[in-house]
Design a protein around this ligand. Structure first.
Ligand SMILES: Cc1cc2nc3c(=O)[nH]c(=O)nc-3n(C[C@H](O)[C@H](O)[C@H](O)COP(=O)(O)OP(=O)(O)OC[C@H]3O[C@@H](n4cnc5c(N)ncnc54)[C@H](O)[C@@H]3O)c2cc1C
Length: 404
């Protein structure tokens, strides 16, 4: 079996893996990213980027690169009840440098990062290969065995293996990492439909009965709708005759009628478990978890990419410091979690409270929900709350070496 030696092997070419790979290769480390898919094409993934993401990119001098990629700016978020607007927040209340959210599909973002990585001879990306097992020396992970689509196995030897392979991480399973908590209040059922003219550039939350839904802009002229279904509702829908489900959709919002009339079957609807999880320990025996593999947040806040990239940026700095120290003590990598874990937990707590509000089936809660939101938006408390989630804390700093 062929053996390739690297400084760091990263499993997963999502936002976390690609940002870490780029930053480490800029610091002259030999890095290989292993991505199980053949390319970056993926649908129904993090497409809305919050100001926090651009603030992070600015810290590592990648903001101009990102701004040059095709995107649409989102200037405001709007709350509705019974199709009437009950409040809004402008993004300029949230971030000074980046007063907008961005719509950018992940294939565009990942390809843009890859173009930048390619400038560096130390960076390698292997598509169409997945991790099969770890290799160990003295109970320490010293690399991985990967398998490509022809079933050919290769050993990638590296002092550090990083699991950036998302919410269903194989690295997490192989390394027997344990959850500190998991939270699963409901499901989001996604579909894409043409954008009505008056919905362009708006981030919308509809707090209607029997359940709320969110509407995100999707370039160039579509919207992505996510129905926030309490636990069990998805199963009911799947058991329904499709025409009955379509009638239900038509009643939810008059703008859904045309789409519902043309859609042939359930295949146009993509369910997603709105799960949050947090791993007890992100580093163990030569293996580090980052991004969704370490801390997965509910998609309802459109914050997953920003948080995944937070732990990737911190990991780049901590790995660099660890590899620079005279004796290579990998247990210094616990610092990644120590540096950003508590803040991510606080964001999860806010998200979980919002999740309780979003997925609640209590008639009392459903009745007061629009009232509470309209008060929050009228008093600007909503901006105070959102800033804690969608922007970087003022204290967030990284080593200037990362911005070369
Ligand atoms: C439907 C949906 C909508 C979302 N909307 C938003 C949004 O609007 N905004 C936002 O910020 N976030 C959103 N998120 C969350 C966001 O997509 C994730 O938080 C983010 O992509 C996490 O990045 P990551 O790099 O940690 O993991 P991922 O993006 O999941 O990347 C992991 C990569 O690892 C690869 N991989 C997995 N297993 C293996 C293996 N064994 N070997 C090799 N490679 C492997 C995968 O193919 C994948 O490319 C959404 C998520 C979903 C599912």
């Amino acid at each position: 079996m062929e053996t390739i030696k690297q400084d760091v092997v990263i499993v997963g070419g999502g936002p976390a893996g690609m940002v870490l790979g780029l930053l480490l290769s800029r610091l002259n480390y030999h890095v290989m990213v292993i991505e199980k898919n053949e390319n970056f094409d993926r649908d129904y993934r993090g497409e809305v980027l919050q100001p926090r993401f651009m603030e992070l990119m600015q810290k590592v001098n990648l903001h101009q690169t990102i701004l040059e990629l095709p995107h649409t700016k989102i200037r405001s978020g709007h709350f509705y009840h019974n199709h009437k607007e009950i409040g809004r927040f402008p993004f300029h209340d949230l971030s000074h440098d980046f007063p907008f959210g961005m719509w950018m599909p992940q294939p565009i973002l990942l390809d843009g990062l890859h173009q930048k990585c390619r400038l560096n001879p130390h960076f390698k990306l292997l598509f169409g290969a997945h991790v099969k097992r770890f290799i160990y020396s003295d109970q320490q992970v010293t690399g991985i065995v990967i398998e490509d689509k022809e079933k050919k196995e290769t050993i990638i030897e590296a002092p550090l293996t990083v699991g950036a392979d998302g919410r269903f991480s194989t690295v997490k399973r192989l390394g027997k990492f344990e959850h500190e908590y998991e939270y699963y209040p409901g499901d989001i059922l996604w579909f894409t439909m043409p954008c009505p003219p008056d919905w362009k550039g708006k981030f919308q939350f509809h707090l209607d009965k029997p359940y709320p839904y969110l509407i995100l802009p999707k370039h160039p002229d579509a919207v992505q709708v996510g129905l926030a279904l309490p636990l069990g509702k998805l199963k009911q829908f799947k058991q329904m005759a499709f025409p009955t489900f379509k009638d239900h959709l038509k009643e939810l919002n008059p703008h859904f009628r045309e789409f519902a009339a043309t859609v042939p079957d359930f295949s146009s609807f993509v369910p997603l478990q709105a799960k949050t999880h947090y791993m007890k320990q992100w580093y163990k025996n030569g293996c580090l978890l980052i991004g969704d593999a370490a801390h997965c947040s509910s998609p309802a806040g459109a914050i997953g990419v920003s948080l995944a990239v937070t732990s990737a940026v911190i990991a780049a700095e901590v790995i660099h410091h660890t590899f620079q120290s005279t004796s290579l003590r990998l247990d210094q990598l616990h610092d990644v979690q120590a540096r950003c874990g508590e803040e991510i937990k606080r964001i999860h707590q806010i998200q979980n409270r919002l999740g309780n509000a979003l997925f609640s089936t209590s008639p009392f809660f459903q009745t007061i929900r629009p009232f509470v939101l309209s008060v929050l938006t009228r008093t600007s408390l909503i901006s105070v709350l959102l800033r804690k989630v969608v922007t970087l804390p003022a204290s967030f700093e990284v080593d200037s070496k990362l911005s070369r």
